[in-house]
Design a protein. Structure first.
Length: 257
């Protein structure tokens, strides 16, 4: 029985999950610490494993999608030296099962590819993946399993932080649903602009993408704020918080040989 550690290293969060064959047996969400070393991350993960009754020796391999180049070698070293196994880094030369039709496939984030792999496997194509992370990405996979590309915009958290830092009189607010689109105070007005505005952004992009595809497409949302945004979006069909981890598991299986 193969047990693997899947790691999605983002600019703000690290999502990690342990799979035993096709079943996820544990998962965690950590803050990304860009200045941490392999040893520091190793201490954290060994503690998380222990809480779940796992040991690094239980793992046969790790698979990594990283958009933080500074951390990629540290995570690889953690797996090799701390856990005693190799780490498969998703990138050029790794089999994904997708026909990547980007002008330069090396420019596509590994997390975007992993999310597309999982969405295609679970829902079939065409499918659109909305990932609400530090950046908001909307990616399209065709009916024949080709990654066609997508759109990138600032994420909700980044937009809210920019508003707070650049506008002296606007406070930092929690990103929650306000009572009304017409805010009756500054906090509610910001929340309305963020939530309903980004829901409109996603719906508008999906409408245009479907028009260019010439057909309907399922829309899957993932990321920290997926549940919140999906409740206001007319386009999103389903939410898969661990979509990228599922995609990493599939990519690992396609590269076992």
């Amino acid at each position: 029985m193969t047990t693997i550690l899947c790691l999605d290293v983002g600019n703000t969060r690290i999502m990690a999950g342990v799979f035993s064959e096709d079943r996820m047996i544990a998962h965690w969400r950590l803050a990304t610490k860009r200045d941490w070393t392999a040893d520091e991350y190793g201490v954290i993960f060994r503690g998380l494993f222990a809480e779940e009754g796992l040991s690094p020796s239980d793992l046969q391999c790790s698979v990594l999608a990283s958009v933080v180049p500074l951390l990629t070698p540290e995570i690889e070293l953690m797996c090799h030296r701390g856990f005693g196994h190799r780490c498969l880094v998703v990138g050029p030369g790794v089999k994904t099962g997708l026909d990547i039709r980007y002008d330069d496939p090396r420019e596509v984030g590994a997390d975007r590819i992993a999310g597309a792999v999982a969405a295609l496997e679970k829902y079939g194509g065409p499918v659109i993946v909305v990932d609400l992370g530090t950046a908001l990405t909307v990616d399209v996979v065709s009916a024949d399993g080709a990654y066609l590309g997508g759109a990138i915009a600032p994420g909700m958290g980044v937009a809210a932080d920019a508003l707070f830092s650049q506008a002296a009189r606007l406070p930092r607010v929690d990103l929650i649903r306000p009572r009304s689109t017409i805010g009756k105070n500054t906090a509610a007005s910001i929340q309305a602009g963020m939530l309903f505005g980004f829901a409109g952004l996603v719906d508008g992009l999906v409408t245009r993408m479907r028009r260019e595809l010439g057909t309907e497409a399922s829309v899957v949302a993932t990321g920290d704020l997926a549940e919140l945004l999906a409740s206001e979006s007319q386009a999103i069909n389903c939410v898969e918080p661990l979509l990228v981890l599922e995609g990493l598991r599939l990519i690992f299986q396609r590269n076992q040989r």
